[in-house]
Design a protein around this ligand. Structure first.
Ligand code: COA
Length: 173
């Protein structure tokens, strides 16, 4: 499995995964992500089959936001979510950002466990954050000091994930 940048031909598969994972859908949002934040839009690719995605963006000079993370049904529990999160944190780190943040439904304990395992700390609750009225939990993580000297560029890169094996990020350019 590799983690690589989202490409337009992945759109249908990403929308399939998004539909089964979330109650609220907004396909246009993901095309906007591709157009505006394509270096923070990644997919997990298993021999050409997209099994998960993560989309984020830079909210301020210091902070990156994980906007959406989902893994295909049947592929959950195998570490794909962890690898996607590691990869986007790596990109935030390359951009020399100091914090990563995200929001998660208060009831989504599975995702909260993943985020806590990855070093995100529960910070505060946004009441009625979601359109169905559910509260959102805001979580944040400090990123290690960056050794990057070319923030904003998009070099070929490879990450090492917690398991120790190489996590390859394939450039789409
Ligand atoms: C949340 C989600 C992205 C996790 O992806 P994943 O590939 O299954 O996650 P991983 O296999 O990397 O598991 C990472 C951690 O998540 C937690 N986790 C995963 N599956 C779990 C389960 N069935 N029950 C409890 N915790 C679970 C565990 O802490 C796990 O770490 P561990 O294996 O060391 O115990 C996936 O379940 C998903 O797509 N859910 C629907 C969409 C969603 O909720 N997205 C997050 C919105 S904020």
């Amino acid at each position: 499995m590799i983690v690589r940048y989202f490409e337009p031909q992945d759109f249908e598969e990403v929308m399939e995964i998004e539909s089964e994972a979330f109650e609220e859908h907004n396909p246009f949002l993901y095309m906007n992500f591709y157009e505006m934040n394509n270096d923070c839009f990644l997919v997990a690719d298993q021999n050409g089959y997209v099994t998960g995605f993560v989309a984020g963006y830079q909210t301020s000079e210091n902070e990156g936001r994980v906007f959406s993370l989902a893994v295909r049904n049947g592929f959950r529990g195998f570490g794909i979510g962890t690898r996607l999160l590691e990869a986007i944190n790596g990109i935030f780190n390359e951009k020399a950002l100091r914090y990563a943040s995200l929001e998660v439904r208060l009831s989504n304990k599975k995702a909260q466990r993943l985020y806590q395992k990855m070093g995100f700390i529960p910070c505060w609750i946004e009441h009625g954050y979601y359109s169905d009225g559910e509260d959102g939990l805001i979580m944040k993580k400090s990123l290690p000091p960056s050794i990057n000297t070319s923030a904003g560029r998009r070099p070929a890169r490879s990450f090492r994930h917690a398991g120790g094996s190489s996590l390859r990020i394939k450039n789409s350019i």
